[in-house]
Write a protein that binds this ligand. Structure first.
Ligand SMILES: [Zn+2]
Length: 121
């Protein structure tokens, strides 16, 4: 099997993603390779191991045999065919970068009017 034969993807998201609003790795969705005939034991030929993990079958890829175990803690979309050249995996963090508060712990809530820095001395 060659990496160019991997023509389907699923979108996965941790079910608890919302519990990690500031974590761009956990509060994210990922496009993941889907193998309709089962995740192979070894990475397909020319798999870009430097950018897409393939430590073991079913670890970072999904097939009909392992999708239910993924669904235990992830939401998993239906597989979709993708155009040639689509990256094997894509990461979509929902966490926006947050400005670091100038005076943490002053009781102001996120979303309120920002306070000018340096007024809390
Ligand atoms: Zn699998």
């Amino acid at each position: 099997m060659h990496v160019s034969d991997v023509t389907s993807r699923v979108l996965v998201q941790l079910r608890e993603a919302g519990d990690y609003p500031d974590n761009p790795f956990l509060n994210a969705a990922d496009l993941v390779p889907f193998f309709p005939d089962g995740c192979p034991d070894e990475a397909p030929t020319d798999w870009p191991l430097d950018t897409v993990d393939y430590e073991a079958p079913h670890a970072s890829t999904i097939c009909p045999g392992c999708v239910e175990s993924w669904r235990a803690d992830h939401r998993v979309s239906q597989p979709r065919p993708v155009p040639a050249g689509t990256p094997l995996s894509l990461h979509f963090p929902w966490a926006a970068s947050q400005p670091v508060p100038a005076t943490p712990g002053n009781g102001s809530r996120p979303g309120t009017t920002p306070q000018p820095a340096g007024t809390s001395a």
